[in-house]
Ligand binder design. Structure first.
Ligand code: NDP
Length: 330
């Protein structure tokens, strides 16, 4: 499959270029808003063409990977869909749920594959956790706690910590991932949320920390904590059920690492899991879906729903009121 990279981004450089090539894909072009950067990024990553024109970036490719800042995803995805390209888009899909719905419906109408790059549901650790829940090993789920307070490294601080117009803030950045991960594990969508947010040393005009509580249709409660400012907290997820608990540490990350423990009456056991690359699996499943086989790990509807939960968390934190999640009709 021939790919065009829409956005000369860090995530492409650190993870996705390698994952696309590992899947057998060929990267034909990269788009940047800066002519110099287009050329230097292309040269650095051995990509034949670095361009500033979107049509040129899509010329001769089967699929695009969109990893620009968030406000650009909508126009770029719509142009790619109109050109008949398959689209793998970064999260959050757009700046609003309505825009994300527009993208996903356009892809459906054009009959192109649309994927959302939620990496966590591709992790062996999370696949193992989901399997434990789905096979009843912890009984009925009572609650989930997500610990995703990290320290944003300096090279990623940029627009994330000071530019709301580009989609900055920890809620669009990390709460969306937690929403996708919880939906993946529980197989249901949050109903409503309460939340608070703050700027705790990094955010300038955007929040750098948030805590929220979500109610699920089953009655389970979910508690999440996201931050850019916590150097020593470590990440994790706990899923507590009537017959057992899953305690996972160090698993809310981009690498296939961390420990998963199943705790039950009379003991606990370490859970083994597969250690493939998270982005490798995402690209493999997306590429197969483009060839008519299966579906992307996270599709467009998953991307709309994770954004809808994050949008509800943002609104609840802003207004101080319990807020229903509006999934935009998907
Ligand atoms: P970057 O800041 O690295 O890239 C975003 C844009 O910023 C690029 O498209 C590029 O613009 C510009 N840019 C990047 N580096 C430089 C530089 N050194 N000098 C000047 N301009 C630069 O963002 P990320 O890669 O961190 O994030 C991009 C998208 O991917 C976001 O939507 C984010 O939410 C998502 N993301 C997803 C992750 C996941 O695991 N799914 C992880 C990290 C990010 P141009 O293209 O015009 O040159």
């Amino acid at each position: 499959m021939r790919w065009g990279l829409i956005g000369a981004s860090t995530i492409a450089a650190e993870h996705m270029i390698g994952a696309i090539r590992a899947s057998g894909g060929e990267i034909a072009t990269v788009l940047s808003s800066s002519p110099d950067r287009a050329v230097s990024y292309a040269a650095k990553h051995d990509i034949p063409k670095g361009v500033t024109d979107l049509d040129a970036a899509m010329d001769g490719v089967d699929a695009v990977y969109i990893s620009t800042t968030n406000e650009k995803h909508l126009p770029q995805a719509m142009a790619a869909i109109a050109a008949g390209k398959h689209v793998l888009c970064e999260k959050p899909l757009a700046m609003s749920v309505a825009d994300a719905v527009t993208m996903v419906k356009a892809a459906q109408a054009a009959n192109v594959t649309f994927g959302t790059n939620h990496h966590l549901r591709n992790a062996g650790s999370h696949l193992a956790i989901r399997e434990l829940i789905a096979t009843g090993r912890i009984g009925t789920v009572l609650s989930v706690r997500v610990f995703h307070a990290v320290h944003l490294p300096p090279h990623l601080q940029g627009w994330r910590i000071d530019n709301p117009d580009a989609g900055g803030g920890v809620i669009p950045d990390i709460t969306v991932h937690d929403a996708d991960t919880v939906r993946f594990h529980l197989g249901e969508d949050p109903v409503d949320v309460v939340a608070m947010k703050t700027a705790s040393g990094m955010g300038q005009g955007v929040e750098d920390s948030a805590m929220s509580i979500w109610s699920m249709p089953s009655g389970a409660m979910v508690h999440t904590h996201e931050s850019f400012t916590h150097r020593f907290a470590g990440s994790g997820i706990e899923v507590h059920g009537t017959e057992g608990s899953i305690i996972a540490r160090g698993v809310m990350t981009q690498a296939p690492v961390g420990d998963v423990t199943l705790r039950f009456e009379g003991g606990e056991q370490a859970v083994e899991y597969a250690t493939h690359g998270l982005y490798d699996r995402a690209v493999d499943l997306f590429s197969k879906a483009c060839a008519g086989e299966g579906r992307p790990a996270a599709d467009g509807v998953d991307g709309v729903k994770s954004l809808a939960v994050a949008a509800a968390v943002a609104k609840a934190a802003e207004t101080g009121t319990r807020t229903a999640v509006d999934y935009g009709g998907v």
